[in-house]
Write a protein that binds this ligand. Sequence first.
Ligand SMILES: Nc1ncnc2c1ncn2[C@@H]1O[C@H](COP(=O)(O)OP(=O)(O)OP(=O)(O)O)[C@@H](O)[C@H]1O
Ligand SMILES: [Mg+2]
Length: 247
Amino acid sequence: MAEPLFELHRVSRYFGDVPALAQLSLTISAGERVALIGSSGAGKSTLLSLLNGTLPPSSGQLRVMGRDIGRLGPGQLRQVQRRIGTVYQQHHLVPNLPVIHNVNAGHLGRWSLFKAAWSLIWPQAVEQAAQALAQVGIAEKLYTRTERLSGGQQQRVALARVLVQDPLVILADEPISSVDPERSREMMDLLRQLNQDLGTTLVISLHDIGFAFSHCDRILGLRHGQLLFDAPVQAVTDAMIADLYRI
Ligand SMILES: Nc1ncnc2c1ncn2[C@@H]1O[C@H](COP(=O)(O)OP(=O)(O)OP(=O)(O)O)[C@@H](O)[C@H]1O
Ligand SMILES: [Mg+2]
């Protein structure tokens, strides 16, 4: 049995009086590929923010890598967060900098301010950045200005930035909703490849449920902040999907 990376016990998150997530209990183990699906407002992004420690739960218990996230000091929290890479739909890359600087931004939680500033003049960790870019298939772009890359390549840079963190888990919040079908497939293939080659756990929110079935091994169905189902892909039926998106 793989070690649990995330353990939620009756976790709720409120914004004002409204529960964005209500009484969620689930466990995610190392090596899994988990899709989060559900209508807009179902709580997918909120759940990802809880998992990476940027939002505290309002109630319940959340353990990340065996640590009770509610009891960690800021330093301890950062230590846990270093092994969690998050990719968003917006890449937040600095367009006019060479690719290597955007990749190295993945070190910022770990590097001193001095080292980070020095790296802008004299790039640090070049080997590691090159390796991360090779892993996402654009090794030759190390010194290219980021804005000269295509949308799909920029997406790969954003993923390389996460990879230099040496993440145990990648959380992805709709990483493919703004790209064309071919780029979407490439990105999903890449995420699955990283999971298979490096064992990186994947938790990904998706509007395109086809990719949940083709690229993940487990699906969490969220509806109005509640977990409607949590099942291996093979067990998810059309009726469950219809129920999930019922208006
Ligand atoms: N910072 C916030 N302040 C107030 N309410 C919020 C905040 N973030 C989320 N919510 C509310 O929590 C609920 C869940 O939002 P969330 O963003 O998690 O949904 P989602 O499933 O990611 O939706 P989408 O598919 O549109 O991205 C919504 O009702 C939303 O309005
Ligand atoms: Mg969202």
